[in-house]
Design a protein. Structure first.
Length: 112
């Protein structure tokens, strides 16, 4: 069964959470990929995506209208928290934070 990725219309996580990550993920560090100009320092070893440390948060890389059609302008270079935040966990169980943000009750099981 092919279902459209709900992340392409949602974007709630990008407009709700502070996206914090280790400074070594910045492209200013060897091997880092996250564009440094889109980050701000939280403390000595921690950066966050610009806009996500504000109230209300909204990641500077989020394009489009939340709940309608969204995309990430740095998708291939997004930080680890974004790569790891999915609709479903690795074991196939629902990501409860995602479903709660979308105002949905997760299904009991999924077919992987």
């Amino acid at each position: 069964m092919s279902e459209e990725n709900p992340c392409l219309t949602c974007g709630a996580c990008c407009a709700y959470f502070r996206v914090s990550f280790y400074w070594g993920e910045s492209n200013e560090a060897p091997g880092g990929i996250v564009p440094a100009e889109l980050t701000e320092q939280v403390h000595q070893h921690l950066l966050c995506m610009k806009g996500t440390n504000n109230h209300p948060p909204r990641c500077v890389a989020l394009q489009g209208e939340v709940g309608k059609k969204v995309s990430c302008s740095i998708y291939e270079h997004r930080p680890t928290p974004c790569r790891e935040f999915n609709v479903y966990e690795l074991d196939g169980s629902p990501n409860m934070r995602c479903f709660k943000l979308r105002g949905l009750t997760p299904p009991a099981t999924i077919d992987l």
